[in-house]
Design a protein around this ligand. Structure first.
Ligand code: PGA
Ligand code: ZN
Length: 418
C-alpha cells in the first residue's frame, strides 16, 4: 500500500498553444504527473471539458477553475487513499462530481489526476507502464494509423474529410511499420512540393496543402505509396476519418463535395471511394445521432473497418447501443471523452468481448505526455492513432512505442489488424 499525500495541478500549454491541466500526484518519496489533451471536433456526448469561459486574460480558454478544484476538492478526497487502487480512486472522483458528463469538476481535471495515479502506481511497483494494465499479458504492438493529410476542422484548406491516414498492414514489427510510414510521408512531401503546393502541416502533423477535393488528396497518397515501392491496399492501406458531424445538415451530408446529398447517395459515393482507393477503414462516416445510416453502411459494404469516434465517445452505454444496432465493427478510444482510466478500461474490455477492434487515439490538441502509447500496448489494442511523423507531441508517442518494442525484445509481436 502506498498512500497519496498530495495532489497538485498546474496550468501548462497544449500543442495548439492552448492552456491545459497537468496534475501531479505525490506519495512519500515519489510523484508522477499527466497532461490532459483537448479535441477540436468534439462529440456532443463527450464528458465536459472545464474552461474559464469568462477569463479574458486567456481568451476564455484558461483552466484555472478546474485546477483549483484539483488542488482543493479532489486533493482532499484522495489524500490517504492507496495509489494502487485505481478503481476506487476513479470512483471517488466520479462520485464527488456526481453528474453524468462530469460537469462539476470537469473531465480534464479528473482525467489528469486519474492518469497521474496510474503512472505513479506503476512507478512504485517498478513495472513498465505498459505492463500495468493487465487486460492480457501478451503485450502486442499496435499498427499505426498515421494521419498524413489533414483537412476538416484540423486545417484551413477546405478539404471535406478531416483525416487521410495510412496503415502499414504488412509490417512485421513496429520499427518496420514506422520505416514504411516514413518513406510514404517523405515521398508525399516531395510530390506535394513538385505540384507547387505547401508542405506545411495541420494540427496533427499531416500535410495541409491547399486542395479541396477528397479525390485529389487520395491521388496524392496513392502516388506516394507507389513511389515508396509499396502496393496500395496490400502493403499499405488508406484509412479515413470523415468526422461527419461537421458535414451534416437536415438529414443530408456534404462529405464528397460541398453539395448536401442524401444518405443513400453518400453510401454510393463511399462505395466508389472504397473500390477506387482500396480504403480499409472509415471513422465517423455519419453523424453522432444518425444510428440508422451507420447500420445501413455496415450492411452495404464488406471488409472495411467502420470506426465509431463521436458516435461512442468512449462511453459504454453508447457502445452497447451501437453493438445492438450493428453500427460499426471498431471503436476509437479517447480517455478524455469519458474522463477516467477505469471507465476507459471497462469500455475497451467490453469492445474486445463483442469482437470490436479497439484503436487508442490522441486528440488534435495534445502534449508531450506519452501515456497512450503504453495504454495501447497494455490494452492489447490493434491500432493507435497519433498523427503524422511531424510535431513532437505526435512523434513522442511513436518513439515510446519503439522503446516498448525494444524492451519486449524477442517477445515483441505486432497485433492483428484484420
Ligand atoms: P479531435 O479530432 O481530437 O479534434 O476531436 C480527432 C478525431 O476526430 O479523431
Ligand atoms: Zn475522429
Amino acid at each position: 500500500m502506498s498512500i497519496i499525500l498530495k495532489v497538485k495541478a498546474r496550468q501548462v500549454f497544449d500543442s495548439r498553444g492552448n492552456p491545459t491541466i497537468e496534475a501531479e500526484v505525490f506519495t512519500k518519496n515519489n510523484s508522477a504527473s499527466a497532461i490532459c489533451p483537448s479535441g477540436a471536433s468534439t462529440g456532443t456526448f463527450e464528458a465536459f471539458e472545464k474552461r474559464d469561459k469568462n477569463n479574458k486574460r486567456y481568451l476564455g480558454k484558461s483552466v484555472l477553475g478546474a485546477i483549483s478544484l484539483v488542488n482543493t476538492k479532489i486533493a482532499k478526497k484522495l489524500k490517504g487513499h492507496n495509489v494502487h487502487d485505481q478503481e476506487r480512486i476513479d470512483a471517488l472522483m466520479i462520485n464527488l462530481d456526481g453528474t453524468k458528463q462530469k460537469n462539476k469538476l470537469g473531465a480534464n481535471s479528473i482525467l489528469a489526476v486519474s492518469i497521474a495515479v496510474k503512472k505513479l502506481s506503476a512507478k512504485l511497483k517498478k513495472i513498465p507502464l505498459y505492463k500495468s494494465f493487465l487486460i492480457k499479458n501478451n503485450f502486442q504492438l499496435p499498427y499505426p494509423l498515421m494521419n498524413i493529410i489533414n483537412g476538416g476542422a484540423h486545417a484551413n484548406n477546405g478539404l471535406r474529410i478531416q483525416e487521410f491516414m495510412i496503415r502499414p498492414d504488412k509490417a512485421k514489427n513496429f520499427s518496420e511499420a514506422m520505416r514504411i510510414c516514413y518513406l510514404v510521408v517523405k515521398n508525399l512531401s516531395k510530390i506535394i512540393k513538385n505540384k507547387n503546393l505547401s508542405t506545411s502541416v495541420g494540427d496533427e502533423g499531416g500535410f495541409a496543402p491547399m486542395i479541396s477535393s477528397n479525390n485529389q488528396a487520395l491521388d496524392l497518397i496513392v502516388s506516394a505509396i507507389k513511389k515508396s515501392g509499396f502496393v496500395n491496399g496490400k502493403d499499405v492501406s488508406i484509412c479515413l476519418d470523415v468526422a461527419a458531424n461537421e458535414l451534416f445538415r437536415n438529414d443530408k451530408y456534404s462529405i464528397h463535395s460541398k453539395k448536401y446529398v442524401s444518405v443513400n447517395k453518400s453510401i454510393q459515393e463511399y462505395k466508389k471511394l472504397i473500390n477506387k482507393y482500396k480504403i480499409k477503414s472509415i471513422e465517423d462516416p455519419f453523424a453522432e445521432n444518425d444510428w440508422i445510416s451507420w447500420s445501413k453502411l455496415m450492411k452495404s459494404i464488406k471488409n472495411v473497418q467502420i470506426v465509431g469516434d463521436d458516435l461512442y465517445v468512449t462511453n459504454l452505454e453508447r457502445l452497447k447501443k451501437g453493438f445492438l444496432n450493428l453500427s460499426s465493427n471498431a471503436i476509437l478510444i479517447k480517455l478524455n471523452q469519458i474522463g477516467t482510466v477505469s471507465e476507459t478500461l471497462d469500455v475497451i474490455k467490453f469492445a474486445q468481448i463483442i469482437g470490436f477492434k479497439t484503436i487508442i487515439s490522441h486528440r488534435s490538441g495534445d502534449s508531450e505526455d506519452t501515456f497512450i502509447a503504453d495504454f495501447a500496448v497494455g490494452t492489447n489494442s490493434n491500432q493507435i492513432k497519433t498523427g503524422s511523423l511531424a510535431r513532437s507531441e505526435r512523434v513522442a508517442k511513436y518513439n515510446q512505442l519503439i522503446r516498448i518494442e525494444e524492451h519486449l525484445g524477442k517477445n515483441a509481436r505486432m497485433n492483428k489488424v484484420v
